[in-house]
Design a protein around this ligand. Structure first.
Ligand code: GLY
Ligand code: MN
Ligand code: MN
Length: 445
């Protein structure tokens, strides 16, 4: 359990650098879906990052005081419950297996945490994300304050532990990059499968089933987010989900789907013609989005800013909008005018990427921590940072919009990890060029 122990050491060192104290990091709660049927359980990403432990009802406590302590609170062994719900470690086995200094039953927090909090300089805790635990933390804090006349000092500050952890999570270590690479490969195969099996007449949900089949048969535990399978006009609805629309000859299919593998997300979008052959207008816009993505990817390397890729993509997209007549140069002016005034947003209204990791929209500040003058500049890329690159063009019918482009929605999304001199595209196995997509779809026929 080395990466987890190393990460706990790093957090303890950071806490110490900030004056020391006690960190409280809970996992996620189980949630009911309807009546007594529950949602599939997913542990909290911060908690998992520091423990590798996936049982619910668990809390990690780190103490950076005169000495360091790592303590796990978790469910007790319970043979009766284990008959129904399966194996649980229990504190003793969990301590041993996951390499903590100590472990207690979760119900012991009310007695143990106030003792650990006594004389701690600060509490490192994500206030506001779990109301029940917030109330417990306040109770423990008040219990410690009540011992003032016994010479015990209570923590004087509450600091958000996420500030420390977000910085760490932003830079992926080799173990993480390896899992992300495997997750992206599974998703890429799933996208290829969807292309191969698509036919006019199929429903969006049938394509979704093919994606889920490929995710699961390769060991993915869940989709990293709800899959989008959008055909025809639905491809212009950014947060559309796979519905029951039928793939029509002549329409595009936009799929934004990625699996989660061992707690890490992948996030891939591909767009292809339902009948296997791009029409002229579809191909024209597709090539623009593809060129925009290439321009953005060329901006990913150490020293570049997070937004350089977006700015490069916008230039290519906006020029393409002018070239195709989506934007009328007589009305909107030059390329620089279109960019300065933001007219391109009619057809490209989102940003070109986000951090990717355990969460699909992963944590990590998008600004550098150190201000330059008045404001913090956009984040400087460093090796190990992972991000998506996902330009698009979405054409809703409208006055002045050339009709040949109506209802064409295209996005192309890949997953990149910054390397020492550029970036690695983890999702490159998913077919992307017009020629490759058309060839794959011919094979499927
Ligand atoms: N699938 C979510 C996103 O692309 O950001
Ligand atoms: Mn996506
Ligand atoms: Mn994305």
């Amino acid at each position: 359990m080395k990466p987890y122990a190393d990460r706990r050491e790093a957090v303890l060192a950071d806490m110490r650098a900030r004056g020391g104290g006690i960190a409280i990091i809970p996992t996620a709660r189980e949630a009911m879906r309807n009546s007594d049927a529950d949602y599939p359980y997913r542990h909290d990403s911060y908690f998992y990052y520091l423990t590798g432990f996936i049982e619910p009802e668990s809390v990690l406590v780190l103490v950076a005081g005169k000495t360091s302590q790592t303590i796990l609170f978790c469910r007790e062994k319970n043979l009766e419950r284990e008959i129904w719900d399966g194996y649980r470690f229990g504190p003793e086995a969990a301590r041993e297996k996951f390499g903590l200094d100590a472990a207690f039953p979760i119900d012991a927090m009310d007695t143990e945490v106030p003792k650990l909090m006594a004389n701690a300089a600060a509490i490192f805790y994500a206030l506001g994300s779990d109301a029940r635990l917030d109330a417990q933390v306040q109770g423990w804090l008040n219990a410690v304050r009540g011992q003032a006349r016994a010479g015990i000092t209570a923590p004087a500050a509450v600091l958000d532990i996420r500030v420390l952890l977000n910085e760490m999570r932003l830079r992926k270590d080799p173990t993480e990059i390896d899992v992300m690479r495997r997750a992206a490969k599974i998703s890429a195969v799933a996208h290829e499968r969807a292309m191969r099996l698509s036919r006019p007449g199929m429903h969006e949900y049938e394509i979704e089933a093919e994606l889920l089949h490929e995710f699961r048969r390769n060991g993915s535990q869940y989709p990293a987010y709800t899959s989008i399978v959008a055909t025809g006009a639905n491809s212009c609805v950014l947060h559309y989900r796979a519905g029951d629309a039928v793939l029509k000859d002549g329409d595009l299919v936009l799929i934004d789907a990625g699996c989660e593998l061992d707690s890490y997300a992948s996030d891939i979008t591909r767009t292809y013609p339902a009948n296997g052959k791009f029409s002229g207008p579809q191909k024209a816009l597709y090539e623009i989005v593809l060129a925009a993505q290439a321009a953005a990817i060329a901006e990913i390397r150490p020293g570049k800013r997070f937004t350089d890729g977006h700015d490069a993509a916008v230039r290519v997209l906006a020029q393409g909008m002018l070239d195709t007549g989506l934007l009328d140069a007589k009305k909107v002016g030059s390329l620089d005018d279109v960019i300065a005034k933001g007219d391109f947003r009619q057809f490209y209204m989102h940003r070109t990427g986000h951090w990717l990791g355990m969460d699909v929209h992963d944590v990590g500040e998008y600004r550098d921590p150190v201000p330059e003058g008045e404001e913090k500049p956009w984040r400087t890329l460093e090796a190990g940072m992972a991000l998506t690159v996902e330009p698009g063009i979405y054409v809703r019918p409208g006055e002045g919009v050339p009709e040949q482009f109506w209802n064409i929605g295209i996005r192309i999304e890949d997953d990149a990890v910054v390397t020492h001199d550029g970036c690695d595209i983890l999702s490159e196995d998913a077919p992307k060029s017009v020629a490759d997509i058309e060839a794959i779809m011919r094979q499927g026929k």
